[in-house]
Write a protein that binds this ligand. Sequence first.
Ligand SMILES: Cc1cc2nc3c(=O)[nH]c(=O)nc-3n(C[C@H](O)[C@H](O)[C@H](O)COP(=O)(O)OP(=O)(O)OC[C@H]3O[C@@H](n4cnc5c(N)ncnc54)[C@H](O)[C@@H]3O)c2cc1C
Ligand SMILES: NC(=O)c1ccc[n+]([C@@H]2O[C@H](COP(=O)([O-])OP(=O)(O)OC[C@H]3O[C@@H](n4cnc5c(N)ncnc54)[C@H](O)[C@@H]3O)[C@@H](O)[C@H]2O)c1
Length: 437
Amino acid sequence: MTDTDRRPVDPVDVVVLGLGAGGEHAARKLAEAGLRVVAVERDLVGGECPFYGCTPSKLMIHAAHEGRGLGRAATRIREANHDWSDESHAGPLEEAGVRIVRGHGRLAGQGRVEVAGTTYDARLGVLLDTGTEPTVPPVDGLAGTPYWTNREVMREVEAPESMVVLGGGPIGCELAQAFARFGTRVTLVEAEDRLLGPEEPEAAEVVTRVLRAEGVDVRVGSELSRVEHDGGFVLEVGGEVLSAERLLVAVGRTPNLADIGLETVGLSPDADHLTTDEWLRAGERLWAVGDITGRGAFTHVSLYQAKVAVRDLLGQGGSGADYRAVSRVTFTDPEVGAVGLTEAQARDAGLTVAVGRADIPQAARGWINEAEGIVKVVADRDRGVLVGGTVVAPYGGEVVGLLSAAVHAAIPVETLRGMHYAYPTFHRAIAAALSDL
Ligand SMILES: Cc1cc2nc3c(=O)[nH]c(=O)nc-3n(C[C@H](O)[C@H](O)[C@H](O)COP(=O)(O)OP(=O)(O)OC[C@H]3O[C@@H](n4cnc5c(N)ncnc54)[C@H](O)[C@@H]3O)c2cc1C
Ligand SMILES: NC(=O)c1ccc[n+]([C@@H]2O[C@H](COP(=O)([O-])OP(=O)(O)OC[C@H]3O[C@@H](n4cnc5c(N)ncnc54)[C@H](O)[C@@H]3O)[C@@H](O)[C@H]2O)c1
């Protein structure tokens, strides 16, 4: 008998391992349904979004948009997350009857999780929501310097004089613009040949133009090859030497899968995501939700998946997960709202594609507001429905809601063309894009 075999085994119904948005939701719902739920968290209950992600970044963006300083954003960030205390997340879970166990949990065979010396044996199974960590690229000299990731930057109260942002994805673009508006001299370095790689090239074009017009030095197709820090950062970028007070690394995320005992249930700990079926099942008595499923690293996806997994665990049936109309928003100004497939993805999927475009400055509201942006819709000609769309505009993340409904419900393009579109609104540009199809 090994030491592990002698450890106490605690029978429960479900173990939730990792309390990101989806895990938190699932744990509460399952406990409210009367199940014995143990929820394991090694850091803050609620995960990345409220403490280091969506909420603090959007508070920074809002303060910057209003012409307020980082100090104002910092105050509201502390108000929102109670100075990085998770009581407002953990409390409601405990009230619902969830037993929260603090520590790093690992699977210990089918339906079993080991944490802090106790093994929990889950009658129904384990739901994983272990999320991601910031990726740190293997750049010469980077390790050991006081670079920031999204974890550190959200705690800052004073904007630096200068900053290099590494990575032109949503995090890099959102924070580059916010800090430029706080008065920081920002250089944005992207390795690929454009910003916001997975989104429509037309969207990246607008965001690049706007960032440059606001003074951000946007460098695409550019690599950081060396870093030194001695009071400030000295960075070798594309053969040129730059200096900056701060360096923000935002080059993507690494899933927390390597050290959670996946090998004990026959899965690879080296995987970059877990494959799940329509009920979010990743194996026998095993469910997975959130960023680790690779179906879109967004809070609303994690929550959506958790709802489906909970119905499955409770045997309630209904519809399985459907990802045709996943929407997402990059909260630059203008915002990039998008849903479903891009033109390139639709072509790769073998669809007979039709594309319609409209320029926001040509729409009455765009001209009135002197706004930048575009609308692009992607249709499946054979079915006569939209399969994707992008709105880059002020409130683009709100305007795209109309396209989300259209893609989700497969509303015929002819029906969309026959709708009323209030004058003069930004969403009226969608009618122009539909006429261009
Ligand atoms: C700067 C930034 C801005 C963002 N903005 C947006 C936005 O505007 N909109 C949007 O939809 N999304 C946004 N996101 C993405 C969003 O934060 C994630 O998609 C969301 O947090 C969902 O993550 P999750 O459910 O996969 O888990 P996470 O939030 O990553 O949480 C996972 C939890 O599991 C815990 N954990 C991991 N391993 C273990 C273990 N072995 N034992 C115990 N606990 C463990 C971790 O401590 C963590 O608390 C942003 C992300 C960042 C970084
Ligand atoms: N508004 C939102 O919904 C929102 C906001 C922020 C983050 N997120 C989520 O968090 C995830 C992570 O965001 P992210 O922006 O860190 O990652 P990302 O993977 O979306 O983008 C990272 C960017 O960094 C570039 N890159 C990679 N290595 C590089 C290097 N060595 N030098 C320069 N550039 C390099 C990539 O080409 C890419 O453009 C996103 O995929 C998104 O789903 C969402």
